[in-house]
Design a protein around this ligand. Structure first.
Ligand code: HPA
Ligand code: ZN
Length: 338
């Protein structure tokens, strides 16, 4: 480890783009499959890992949705979230906003209540036992229709106190933001904040439409924004955060190599980029591994790393006092590391 690597690992950080279903490690997948009497179609956790070679986003999504079949009981959702929260805590994440895909479960006749009670019980334990602050983001699956998203929103409204925002994930190509204009408007009117995946595989126009039509506060990924200078200027002027996930982008073929990743150019352009893990069980690492990979490939400085961490704090859906406290924790860490 270089001294910058040690700095990264020890620093307090926020994570703003992680799918709880994407934190399902092969070993837990097997344990849950056994507990629930489900055949995963794999012989061992090593076989599962060997299958994680993705040509594109859809390749990944097919495996990711199939793996979620092992999640059945409230305790399964608890165990899934608790494993992630412990890992995040071990990597010095002090605030995390976690996405979940209710439709992946309700479409298998798992009750929305089962999903959200398992997740929130783990989040409550993380607060009490680890001092980790958290939020939940309810995502709509964009390959399904808007009526299905409306029904999901109805279910989410029964748990509005547990959910900070709505999001939009799954297959970006062929399912543009416009498709979800009405359900996002209703979610915002009901008091939810909004985020959306855009400009991952899809064009920069999806980023602009997510801002204009869905009125999102942050863009998830947004890496293809760099192709459109006018859009870059707009994102800079409005200080719109982009939750970038470097290892995900390489594993899904958005960029050929980490050296070709635009994160450093985006930071230099004044974009509010943050570093996140997306689906850490599938893409080869949690938040620290993402930071380490970009720091090495793009020759980041400690100042670059600090700027990325501060962007994550500023972009968090937290009151200003709590954001200030996060910055102070980093001030103290930087002073102690000097
Ligand atoms: N993109 C779209 N949908 C997703 C992703 C992603 O990177 N991860 C989990 N669902
Ligand atoms: Zn994502």
């Amino acid at each position: 480890m270089t001294s910058l690597d040690e700095f990264i690992c020890g620093a307090p950080k926020a994570e703003l783009h992680v799918h709880i279903e994407g934190t399902l490690e092969p070993d837990l997948m097997f344990a849950l499959a056994r507990r629930n009497g489900i055949d995963t179609g794999y012989n061992s956790a090593d076989d599962v890992r060997a299958a994680y070679q993705f040509g594109d986003l859809q390749d990944f999504l097919d495996i990711y949705f199939a793996a979620a079949n092992v999640l059945v009981r409230e305790q399964d959702f608890y165990d899934l979230a608790w494993a992630y929260l412990q890992k995040a805590h071990a990597q010095n994440v002090t605030h995390t906003e976690i996405m979940f895909d209710p439709q992946t479960h309700t479409d298998r006749n798992i009750a929305f209540d089962t999903v959200i009670s398992g997740l929130t019980r783990a989040l409550d334990d993380a607060k009490a036992q680890l001092g980790l602050s958290t939020g939940l983001i309810m995502c709509f699956l964009r390959h399904l229709d808007e009526e299905a998203a409306e029904r999901t929103l109805d279910q989410g409204l029964e748990h509005r106190d547990k959910i900070i925002a709505v999001g939009l994930d799954s297959s970006e190509l062929g399912h543009p933001p416009e498709k979800f204009a009405r359900v996002f408007a209703r979610a915002r009117n009901e008091g939810f904040l909004a985020v959306a995946h855009a400009g991952e595989e899809g064009p920069p126009a999806n980023v602009a439409a997510s801002l204009d039509i869905l009125q999102v506060r942050r863009i998830d990924h947004g890496v293809r924004s760099i192709e459109d200078p006018a859009l870059v200027q707009r994102l800079v002027d409005t200080a719109t955060p982009l939750t970038v996930c470097p290892l995900s982008n390489i594993r899904l073929g958005v960029f050929a190599t980490m050296a070709a990743h635009p994160l450093k150019r985006m930071l230099a352009a004044g974009l509010k980029v943050t570093v996140n893990s997306d689906d850490p069980a599938y893409f080869g690492g949690y938040i620290n591994e993402n930071f380490l990979a970009v720091a090495a490939a793009l020759e980041l400085t400690q100042d670059d790393v600090v700027a990325l961490i501060r962007n994550g704090f500023d972009a968090a859906f937290l009151p200003a006092t709590e954001i200030a406290a996060l910055h102070q924790s980093l001030d103290a860490y930087v002073a102690s590391a000097a």
